[in-house]
Design a protein around this ligand. Structure first.
Ligand code: GRF
Length: 188
C-alpha cells in the first residue's frame, strides 16, 4: 500500500477529494492530514472521513524536528501540499527527496511566488486580462512554486469573468485532475 500524507492550511476541499478518491483503493491510502492551523476546516473533514490529523506550530515545523519525526514514523511514499501556506523546510525536503508535491491554482511560472495564493491569484489573473489560466502540480523545492512541473491543465478566462468565476473553474480542474495525477505518480 502506497502511503500519502497531506499538508493543508485551510478548507481542505482537495484533501477531501483525495481521501474520497482513494478510500476504496487497494494500492493507495491517505493516512494522515497535517495542518499548521488548529482552526482549519480540513480538520473537520478529516474527522468526518476518519483520517488521522494533527496540527503543529511554527516551532515544531521549523525550529525542532518534531514534524519531521512524525513524518519519519508515518513513512509516506508521497507528501502532498494542498493549500498549505507555509514554506516547506529544507530539512524535511532532504529526507523526502522527490516525494513532496504541491498544487498551485495558476499556470506556473505565471502567478506564483510568495503571497500568490487563493483569491490573490485569481484577482491577479483577472486584473492582468489573461485569456487562460489553470492548475499546476509540481515538485516542491526550497523556493516557492519553483520545482519541476508534473502536470498542467488549462481553462479559458472570458473578459466578463470575475475572480470568483475563475476560482470556480480552477476548483473544477483541481477536483477532476489532482487525484488522477497522484495515482499515476504513485504507480510509476
Ligand atoms: C487550491 O486552490 C490549491 O490549488 C491552492 O490552495 C487551494 C486550496 O483549497 N494551493 P482547499 O483547501 O483544498 O479547498
Amino acid at each position: 500500500m502506497k502511503r500519502v500524507v497531506i499538508f493543508a492550511s485551510g478548507s481542505g476541499s482537495n484533501a477531501e477529494n483525495l481521501i474520497k478518491f482513494f478510500q476504496n483503493s487497494d494500492n493507495v491510502s491517505v493516512i494522515q492530514i497535517l495542518t499548521n492551523n488548529p482552526h482549519a476546516k480540513v480538520l473537520d473533514r478529516a474527522k468526518r472521513l476518519k483520517v488521522s490529523a494533527l496540527s503543529f506550530n511554527r516551532v515544531a515545523f521549523t525550529k525542532t524536528n518534531d514534524v519531521l519525526n512524525i513524518l519519519k514514523v508515518s513513512n509516506p511514499d508521497l507528501i502532498i501540499l494542498a493549500g498549505f501556506l507555509w514554506k516547506f523546510p529544507e530539512t524535511i525536503l532532504n529526507v523526502f527527496p522527490n516525494k513532496v508535491i504541491n498544487i498551485h491554482p495558476a499556470l506556473l511560472p505565471k502567478f506564483g511566488g510568495k503571497g500568490m495564493y487563493g483569491m490573490h491569484v485569481h484577482n491577479a489573473v483577472v486584473e492582468n486580462k489573461e485569456t487562460e489560466t489553470g492548475i499546476t502540480i509540481h515538485y516542491v523545492n526550497e523556493n516557492y512554486d519553483e520545482g519541476a512541473t508534473i502536470f498542467q491543465a488549462k481553462c479559458e478566462v472570458f473578459p466578463t469573468d470575475t475572480a470568483e468565476d475563475v476560482a470556480a473553474k480552477i476548483h473544477a480542474l483541481e477536483m477532476e485532475h489532482f487525484p488522477k495525477v497522484v495515482e499515476k505518480l504513485l504507480n510509476e
